[in-house]
Ligand binder design. Structure first.
Ligand SMILES: [Mg+2]
Ligand SMILES: [Zn+2]
Length: 220
């Protein structure tokens, strides 16, 4: 008989897309231009083998800014899922935020709880997949990724490869690790000690965030 893991045992790694999982081509929806980052396939395989569920968490403000539509973006999401699948890597989810506060398409021009640095997409993924956020990680190439991960109660790795240029300070913007390659990020996560203790205030932040995320529009 297969023993299903308890909810609190399900851990995940959330990966930013552009500049982290794939090479950054700004506002790209052309699948021919997709290149997985160096070490991405090997790294995700190692994480999967170590028992982590894998998610992509991506801001796609190009939709709000009318550079492309959600239907233009969906083939990109499918291509990434299929490509990873061909290497035996299964994504548990691919969440994107189509919003931007100053978007030119009214239906997407909003301050939403899912656009990183807000943690809405991670909270939504946790809710839908019973993920223990305190046993999970966010990897991204800018401090907005770090902030989203930290606000969700995850541990975080900054992939410092030139994506971040502003270095705005903030309470949630310090990563657990800063590394210069995805392979190194994966090594740090796998070697890290187990679950961190859950501080009470994070539970409150988490609950508030889930409610806010539910109110927002989030396509999967
Ligand atoms: Mg990025
Ligand atoms: Zn959004």
């Amino acid at each position: 008989m297969k023993i299903l893991p308890k909810h609190q045992d399900i851990k995940a790694v959330f990966l930013d897309k552009d500049g982290t999982l794939v090479e950054d081509v700004p506002y790209n929806v052309d699948i021919r231009q997709v290149r997985f980052a160096e070490g991405a396939i090997e790294g995700m395989t190692l994480l999967q083998d170590a028992g982590f569920r894998l998610f992509v968490i991506s801001n796609q403000s190009g939709i709000a800014l009318n550079y492309f539509s959600e239907s233009d973006f969906r083939p990109m999401r499918q291509y990434i899922c299929d490509s990873l699948d061909s290497f035996g890597i299964r994504l548990s989810g691919f969440y994107y935020c189509p919003h931007h506060p100053s978007g030119s398409r009214a239906e997407y021009a909003t301050v939403c709880p899912c656009r990183k640095p807000a943690p809405g997409m991670l909270l939504r993924a946790a809710e839908e997949h019973s993920i223990d956020l305190h046993n999970s990680w966010m990897i991204g190439d800018i401090l907005h990724d770090v902030e989203a991960g930290n606000r969700a109660g995850c541990r975080t790795v900054l992939l410092d490869v030139g994506g971040e240029t502003e270095w705005l300070p903030g309470a949630f913007r310090t990563p657990d690790y800063a590394v210069t390659s995805l392979s190194e990020a994966v090594r740090k996560i796998i070697a890290a000690p187990g679950q961190v203790p859950v501080p009470a205030p994070c539970n409150l932040v988490k609950k508030a965030g889930v409610l806010a995320a539910t109110a927002g529009r989030l396509a999967l």
